[in-house]
Design a protein around this ligand. Structure first.
Ligand SMILES: Cc1ncc(COP(=O)(O)O)c(C=O)c1O
Length: 320
């Protein structure tokens, strides 16, 4: 195991250790596009986007075919694919992928001798409405290629400690040994590591915290979803997430025309009204009109944010 400066540094390390300069990793899109930077910061590596399926129908399904297509396309472009990055639960969509969904992807990776980086930074931020509990890759009884499967987690999301900068890599001894050498420059201080250790040692507190956090996230997600739907007379369509800190919503019915130019115009008006929400284009969404809103903030901020959003939507409708 390696402890580093947040999940950001763990992914930066993995990109450096697992691949050669110029190699690529496949990733489903839309996605947390800071990963474009993370895989590239110490190397010339990059990501190839493999779109989630059914986006034109408002669906975002993860399927091995999308990776197979991305793999072939990368090869045709003369790029060497070194791995796949899976974020589970996903950001921005908030879906959870079970073993049945992930196994064909893990098997495809094993067949092509690709590394698989599994980022589970939202693993404990799942909603209480789930029919089946989230299953971490660490609990799978069988992995097609365990030596090439690398697990990433951090305190940033599940413990609301982004600023504390502690991330975890769990991988083979060989990878951890090489990563540790580079990680010398990214180590969180001993004091911070000690603090995290004492926090996790209190199992009773940790379990209670995780349970309460899940209850509050679930309640807040459904409350903000309802407020957005009411405010827009159902024109904002909120995706039914299962985890995470985000509302992923389709504002397409507001757009004068379904284009990324119009999406950007709306984004700018919302920004000018004093609210920052991320537009789908920035996150690599294929369909214009989608936005990601963070809902895990104080009630008073949500209230003010919705007022600003309404102002911006009215302005967009009447001024464009
Ligand atoms: C999927 C994913 N991975 C990694 C990170 C970065 O985490 P950290 O703050 O621990 O570097 C984020 C942050 O938003 C994220 O959403």
């Amino acid at each position: 195991m390696v402890i580093s400066n947040g999940a950001t540094c763990v992914i930066t390390l993995l990109s450096y250790v697992l691949a050669d300069d110029g190699d690529v990793f496949l990733i489903s899109s839309p996605f947390y596009t800071v990963l474009d930077h993370d895989v590239n910061v110490l190397t010339k590596n990059s990501l190839v986007r493999c779109p989630l399926l059914g986006q034109e129908k408002g669906e975002f399904s993860l399927h091995v075919d999308s990776y197979k297509h991305g793999y072939e396309k990368a090869q045709l472009d003369g790029l060497r694919v070194r791995g796949i990055i899976i974020v589970n639960p996903g950001n921005p969509v908030g879906d959870i992928y079970d073993e049945r969904t992930l196994m064909p992807i893990l098997e495809f990776a094993a067949e092509k001798q690709l590394h698989v980086i599994v980022d589970e930074i939202y693993a404990l931020s799942t909603f209480t409405t789930l029919h089946e509990p989230f299953q971490s890759i660490l609990s799978y009884k069988h992995l097609p290629d365990p030596k090439r499967t690398h697990f990433v987690w951090a305190f940033s999301k599940d413990f609301s400690m982004s600023g504390v900068r502690v991330g975890v890599l769990y991988s083979s001894i060989e990878v951890c040994m090489i990563a540790s050498k580079v990680n010398f420059s990214f180590l969180p201080s001993g004091a911070v590591q000690g603090l995290m250790m004492s926090l996790l040692s209190d199992k009773e507190w940790t379990n209670r915290y995780v349970r309460t956090n899940k209850e509050r996230l679930t309640e807040k997600f459904y409350s903000v979803k309802k407020q957005l739907e009411l405010m827009s007379d159902g024109r904002i369509k909120v995706y039914e997430a299962q985890a995470g800190l985000f509302i992923w919503a389709d504002f397409g019915l507001y757009l004068n025309e379904k284009s990324f130019d119009e999406e950007l115009k709306l984004f700018n008006m919302i920004f000018d009204a004093g609210l920052y929400i991320t537009c789908g284009k920035i996150l690599g969404c294929n369909e214009p009109g989608w936005f990601r809103l963070i809902f895990s903030v104080k009630d008073s901020w949500i209230e003010e944010g919705l007022i600003r959003l309404k102002t911006a939507l009215n302005k967009y409708e009447f001024n464009t």
